[in-house]
Design a protein around this ligand. Structure first.
Ligand SMILES: C[S@@+](CC[C@H](N)C(=O)[O-])C[C@H]1O[C@@H](n2cnc3c(N)ncnc32)[C@H](O)[C@@H]1O
Length: 225
């Protein structure tokens, strides 16, 4: 299978990116569990993709930062964002936002696209307000070790997206350097709630093999005061 770097993959995936799958479904459940409610808060979503997770968040202000302009364009076409939503093109390792400006910072399924995670954690820590929360999700290192890959379809072609494994320990160490203290860790595990994705793809047998396997890692941190 062809392996595409994120900067090549997402322009090709942008138009169909919003179709949910087992990973994104488990990821949403995990964020529901780990994240404080965005309602009334200043929310930052780093690597926001189309900005879909900012729709109807209830945040007082919701800022998305995303490296791929095609993803932002697809999001603007698909959603009527409210006036509280601001989407910015930018890099997670040099966020175009002021320090300490957000009570809640999400970084969802993005960190594994970076060869190393320290610079991004430094920026997540910088952007978070004192006492604020940072929630990071990632394709689970155990899933990668078991041979599972992040893929997408572009027409007839199925491509793998380049992914760098950052263990929970590596991420927690990078977060600590950035002034972030771990408050919770959790996993999104294959179960009945995602069975339908496997059945629809004619992969019922694969569901049985993968049942109980963690596909998504979630880490929640508090910004030191
Ligand atoms: C799997 S998608 C997740 C999108 C969104 N967080 C969601 O859950 O719907 C990963 C996103 O990270 C973006 N990305 C990759 N590297 C980035 C970087 N260095 N800075 C900002 N965004 C990046 C990609 O372009 C892509 O839109």
């Amino acid at each position: 299978m062809t392996v595409a770097a994120a900067r090549e993959a997402y322009p090709r995936w942008a138009a169909t990116y919003e179709h949910e799958n087992a990973v994104t479904t488990l990821e949403c459940e995990l964020v529901e569990r780990l994240s404080r409610s965005p309602r009334g808060l200043r929310l930052l979503d780093v690597g926001c993709g189309t900005g879909r997770r900012l729709v109807g968040s209830g945040a007082a202000s919701a800022t998305g930062v995303e490296a791929c302009p095609e993803m932002l364009a697809a999001g603007r076409q698909a959603h009527s964002f409210g006036p509280e939503v601001r989407l910015l093109e930018g890099d997670a390792r040099a966020l175009p936002v002021p320090a300490g400006a957000f009570e809640l910072v999400w970084c969802r399924l993005m960190i594994g696209h970076l060869p190393e995670c320290e610079a991004a954690y430094r920026e997540l820590g910088r952007a978070a307000a004192a006492g604020g929360q940072v929630v990071v999700t990632d394709f689970h290192p155990d899933a990668y070790a078991a041979g599972l890959r992040r893929t997408f379809r572009d027409g007839e072609e199925v491509l793998e997206i380049e992914h760098y494994v950052h263990t929970a320990e590596t991420q927690i160490a990078a977060a600590e350097k950035a002034g972030l203290v771990l408050s919770a860790a959790a996993e999104g595990v294959v179960g009945p709630q995602v069975r339908g994705f496997y059945s629809a793809a004619g992969k019922a047998a694969m569901y049985e093999q993968q049942r109980g396997r963690p596909l998504v890692l979630g880490l929640a941190f508090r910004r030191d005061a």
